[in-house]
Design a protein around this ligand. Structure first.
Ligand SMILES: [Zn+2]
Length: 275
């Protein structure tokens, strides 16, 4: 999918409020800092140690909302500034958790791992939106299915099932890129796995996701009907292209097939997350 197609969605999306995930709804009131756009390199260079305080706030909400309270994704189908939002305190909290799992880990390395974990999980949400959007917009390649993405945000029980499946896919997206968790030739994917297995239902089912059931976990197949092989392979390609770290690096804008970088925002919580 190319930037021009995303601009088309943004220009035609109208004023109707787009449903956001319940956890985000509950959580948004807890901070009103103005998010600041940040590059991948700036994010990696900053150190967020001690921004989460003792982490009491996160311990409560992570029982149900898991990693999406540490960072979150706002879709381009929505009305706000779309992109990946990283909380300084979220990085700090996750770095602490990882150091608790592996006490030999250096703080600097834990931050690097935490940032990559959050980015890859949220890129999973972005790639889910891209795959659904491909069904919505392309009259030639797929049967055009308007509202495909909105369907995955239905409130109520059905929506909850979609949400859990999508979270499993997003953590699987972390797992499938375990090479991003190597530091100085040491593999730190075990603590990441450990952290993901402790997460709530849905999030912790990432081991069940495979290429063969990816689409069934991110599309409403009651709406789309059976997905034909050619469409399947196109949607896979879209998901895999848009779910990797190069998509948050500025050079992505120069990729002629893509033409954009997923916007990154940093929220400085100024210690307001302390309970
Ligand atoms: Zn998520």
């Amino acid at each position: 999918m190319h930037w021009k197609q995303i601009v088309d969605i943004i220009e035609t999306r109208g004023q109707t409020r787009f449903p956001i995930l319940e956890c985000q709804e509950r959580f948004f009131g807890r901070f009103n800092q103005t998010p600041q756009q940040i590059t991948y390199n700036q994010l990696m260079l900053e150190n967020f140690e001690n921004t989460a305080g003792a982490g009491g706030f996160f311990n409560d909400v992570m029982q149900t909302c898991s990693v999406d309270v540490l960072a979150y994704y706002l879709p381009f189908h929505g009305s706000g500034d779309w992109g990946i939002y990283i909380l300084d305190a979220g990085v700090d909290r996750l770095a602490d958790i990882l150091m608790h799992i592996n006490p030999n880990m250096l703080r600097h390395d834990a931050e690097y791992l935490a940032k990559h974990n959050l980015l890859l999980h949220e890129l999973g949400h972005h790639a889910v939106e891209i795959a659904n959007t491909s069904l919505e917009i392309d009259p030639n390649r797929n049967r055009r299915i308007p509202g495909a993405y909105r369907e995955t945000r239905i409130p109520g029980l059905a929506g909850f099932e979609f949400h859990e499946n999508e979270e499993a896919v997003c953590n699987w997206n972390v797992k499938r890129q375990k090479h991003e968790f190597k530091i100085r030739a040491l593999d730190y994917f075990d603590p990441i796995t450990n952290f993901m297995l402790r997460q709530p239902p849905g999030y912790n089912r990432f081991g069940e996701i495979q290429n063969s059931n990816l689409l069934e976990n991110i599309l409403n197949t009651r709406l789309t009907g059976p997905i034909q092989p050619e469409t399947r392979s196109n949607l896979h390609k879209e998901f895999f292209t848009h779910s990797t770290l190069p998509r948050v690096r500025p050079s992505s804008a120069h990729n002629s097939d893509i033409g954009f970088t997923v916007p990154l925002y940093l929220i400085r919580t100024d210690n307001r997350m302390r309970r």
